[in-house]
Design a binder for this molecule. Structure first.
Ligand code: ADP
Ligand code: MG
Length: 245
């Protein structure tokens, strides 16, 4: 589904990603963990074409978005981006639109969907995240956990092949994280392909098929959740786990 090779990204003098490689198979949930500042968010932003890379390759469903630092054409990249949904720490809902309209907007504008069809998909996705009863509410009427579930439903409404999450629960009060993680757990069970940056290590351990540990702009270690959490090989991984578990 996704293959990243030798990815390098710098901001001015700062080398943030220094040759990152990873793969995500279809239907798999891959968790990315690691200390703050290690480049996790930047990596997701590069994969979603919110940042351009200097070197390396990003291959989406067998087609290069960028190969050895050379990008595909705008139209090809646009088509790839439509296959990728992203959920951020801050949910970025449109404040002036109802929950249902939040889910319909991109379907109508980007996918040129008919209004009735967009509405049907919106209701289906709200159902999926347990918020069909909030369809006519406005974002300010939602709790943080509900808003994040709406943001997930909005990404799902575009029928992505890959969903990326960047610390989706880190802005939430602890009592609200569970409902968001439960939605993500359901998606994993349904074999949605997911790349999840998270500091919820219990979630990563239970839900992820594979776990990637990043530090200082590199993938230090990757393996099954079992490997990484119970049998880490690298000192850097051991030190990180000791600190946070
Ligand atoms: P993480 O998500 O693992 O905490 P980030 O990808 O957010 O790490 O950041 C990695 C490094 O890149 C940090 O040192 C951060 O300050 C820097 N960085 C991120 N975005 C930018 C930017 N737009 N301009 C300059 N530096 C950035
Ligand atoms: Mg981050």
């Amino acid at each position: 589904m996704l293959k990243v090779e030798g990815l390098c990204k710098r901001f001015g003098q700062l080398e943030v990603l220094r040759g990152v490689g990873l793969e995500v198979d279809r239907g798999e949930t891959v968790a990315i963990i690691g200390p703050s500042g290690s480049g996790k968010s930047t990596l997701l932003r590069c994969i979603n074409y919110q940042e351009r890379i200097e070197a390396g390759s990003i291959i989406v469903e067998g087609a290069p978005m960028v190969q050895d630092g050379v990008y595909a054409g705008e139209a090809e990249i646009r088509a790839m981006r439509r296959k990728m949904g992203m959920v951020f720490q801050s949910y970025n809902l449109f404040p002036h639109l109802s929950v249902k309209r939040n889910l319909m907007e991109a379907q109508i504008v980007v996918q040129k969907a008919e209004k009735a069809a967009a509405e049907a998909v919106a209701m289906e996705m709200l159902q999926k995240v347990g918020l069909a009863d909030k369809a006519n509410s406005y974002p300010y009427e939602l709790s943080g956990g509900q808003a994040q579930r709406v943001a997930i439903a909005r990404a799902l409404a575009m029928k992505p092949d890959l969903m990326s999450f960047d610390e989706p629960t880190s802005a939430l009060d602890p009592e609200l994280t569970g409902e968001v993680l439960a939605v993500m757990r359901d998606l994993a069970r349904e074999h949605m392909t997911m790349l999840v940056v998270t500091h919820e290590l219990a979630f990563a351990r239970e839900v992820a098929d594979r776990v990637i540990f990043m530090a200082d702009g590199l993938v230090v270690e990757q393996g099954t959740a079992q490997d990484i959490f119970y049998n880490p090989q690298h000192e850097r991984t051991k030190a990180f786990l000791k600190q946070v578990l």
